[in-house]
Design a protein around this ligand. Structure first.
Ligand code: F6P
Length: 539
């Protein structure tokens, strides 16, 4: 297989070295139907990949790459519950959280259904006021403590879907920085606050520190015995939840086959069910299931997650572009780039293949983003005219949920215009003609032309959602989850582990000890110098 995969990559790379490999405009000139041939629908979404430099020949080479990487077989192995996370010897069955699967996936789905039933009963009891706080007041706020995958997904979905009048007010505490706690504190009445501690391992230092902080705050208000009525845990580590003092009937479990960054569909999503209501949480799962079915059933050539991954493979492997921006043209999706940063960079930021040998190719690009149009006024200058191209994912939502039609038209016009401007650019002749038309003198024109030229041929994908509702958002998130899996196959890396973040955690322990009791521990001279400076400033 290695030879086959390396050969397939070599062919993609060879296309990338050809003169004019990154040109997009000629592809549109040659084919008036390019949009029709390079845009695809699935699970209610449209993906337009026509504004990339993928010619028919390159596309064939990319499909060959997908075949060589055995993407479809890998996908089916994941759905069957095989050990696709080879370093941690685990399955990756997040699809089972939202629908039935074959083989071992079927048992996983049954397991997930049991937890979902329990989550639903709890959610509805809280909403009906049957489950109350220690002072017999109804809960109106859900405070979620968690970090990374135990925070970013739920926060992103909450920001996207929560509206005033929804069943409970969501508040999130992720960072261990006490300023985070100080910021949310004024929003909270402990007597009406239900606290969820979300941690797959229930050992993450930041989450446990925040959990202790919040427990002390709660105990100060409702007493030691009363506090337990206000806590629940979402975790795979049931023993640690018990040791923390969480009542057994308040532990919502999930399994080790749910990766942190794929966990918002599991018990970890309880905050979503509580804040948005059960039906909308279920609709989110429905949307993801629809994308799962598309991913599992659509042919390679029309399979949205596979196509999205192949575009990235072309940019990284063919054109050697190691970055990508995500611009959702919907303010409610403002935390989507942060979620995708973790999903993609924690999954694909790897340098060894599944067998531990170095990857002969580049892997996960840097991902960043902000909502449009705001991003247009910050980093998009570099995307238009900087020396290095940055492929963009534009995400457009056709129908808004407000009545400010003009604003929505302006928003959409800008999103479409950015993608078009990146692709068509503006050459020197066009700049000159425009300036002459505006009455500029020849000296000014000569001086400014180089500054005003936009190179064009800058690639982007555009994803169109009908509306930002739970169903469509579920499909969108699952689209990116599966894209990550496909890239794991194409690059032959395990997208489900994250060993790289461990070292920092290990090194933090002696530094913390030194900050606590002042006893010196040997470090590199930079770390020692910085520590000494911080301690001097603290005195
Ligand atoms: O940042 C590393 C990481 O392990 C993530 O993968 C995970 O989502 C996060 O920490 C939080 O972990 P836990 O859910 O176990 O608290």
């Amino acid at each position: 297989m290695d030879d086959v995969l390396e050969d397939a990559w070599a062919r993609v790379e060879e296309f990338g070295r050809r003169p004019g490999a990154s040109a997009i405009r000629p592809l549109f000139t040659a084919d008036p139907k390019r949009f029709d041939r390079y845009s695809h629908r699935g699970a209610g979404l449209l993906l337009d990949m026509s504004k990339t430099a993928i010619s028919d020949e390159v596309r064939e080479a990319l499909f060959d790459l997908a075949r060589a990487a055995r993407v479809e077989q890998g996908r089916d192995a994941m759905a069957n519950g095989e050990i696709v996370n080879n370093t941690e010897r685990r399955a990756a069955l997040h699809m089972a959280l939202r629908g039935g699967l074959p083989g071992a996936g079927a048992a996983a789905h049954e397991d997930a259904l049991r937890t979902l039933t329990y989550m639903r009963a709890f959610t509805e009891s809280v909403h009906r006021g049957e489950v109350r706080g220690a002072t017999n007041q109804r809960f109106d706020t859900v405070l979620s403590i968690g970090i990374g995958g135990s925070d970013l997904g739920p926060v992103m979905v909450t920001r996207a879907l929560w509206r005033a009048g929804d069943p409970m007010r969501p508040v999130h505490l992720g960072n261990v920085d006490g300023h985070g706690w100080e910021t949310v504190l004024p929003m909270l009445d402990p007597r009406r606050t239900l606290v969820l501690i979300g941690s797959k391992t229930f050992t993450t230092a930041e989450t446990m520190a925040n959990a202790r902080l919040v427990r002390a705050w709660m105990e100060a208000s409702v007493g030691r015995n009363g506090a337990s009525a206000h806590f629940a845990a979402l975790s795979t580590n049931l023993a640690a939840c018990e040791a923390f003092g969480i009542a057994a009937d308040r532990v919502f479990p999930f399994r080790d086959w749910v990766g942190g960054r794929f966990s918002l569909w599991s018990a970890l999503g309880l905050s979503l069910a509580l804040s948005l209501g059960w039906e909308r949480f279920e609709a989110l799962l429905d949307g993801a299931r629809e994308m799962d079915q598309h991913f599992l059933g659509a042919p390679l050539e029309q399979n949205l997650p596979i196509l999205l991954a192949l575009v990235e493979a072309w940019h990284v492997g063919g054109l050697k572009i190691h970055r990508r921006a995500v611009l959702p043209y919907d303010e409610r999706l403002r935390r989507l780039p942060a979620h995708l940063q973790q999903l993609e960079m924690e999954s694909l930021g790897k340098s060894v293949r599944r067998d531990g040998t170095p990857t002969p190719w580049s892997t996960g690009p840097v991902v960043f983003g902000e909502p449009g149009t705001s991003a247009q006024h910050s980093f998009m200058q570099l995307v238009h005219q900087g020396p290095n191209p940055v492929p963009v994912d534009f995400i457009l939502v056709a129908k808004s949920d407000h009545r400010h039609d003009e604003n929505h038209r302006i928003l959409l016009a800008n999103g479409l215009a950015q993608a078009a401007a990146l692709m068509v650019g503006r050459d020197a002749d066009a700049v000159k003609a425009e300036m002459r038309e505006a009455g500029a003198d020849e000296e000014t024109i000569a001086r400014l032309v180089p500054h005003r030229v936009s190179p064009g041929d800058r690639p982007s994908n555009t994803i169109v959602m009908p509306r930002l509702d739970p169903q469509a958002l579920g499909s969108l998130i699952a689209l990116y989850e599966h894209k990550v899996f496909v890239l794991g196959c194409l690059w032959d890396v395990n997208p489900f582990d994250q060993w790289g973040v461990e070292l920092g955690k290990v090194l933090a322990t002696p530094i913390l000890r030194e900050l606590t009791d002042g006893r010196r521990v040997p470090h590199d001279s930079s770390t020692s110098g910085l520590l000494a400076e911080i301690q001097r400033l603290q005195r």
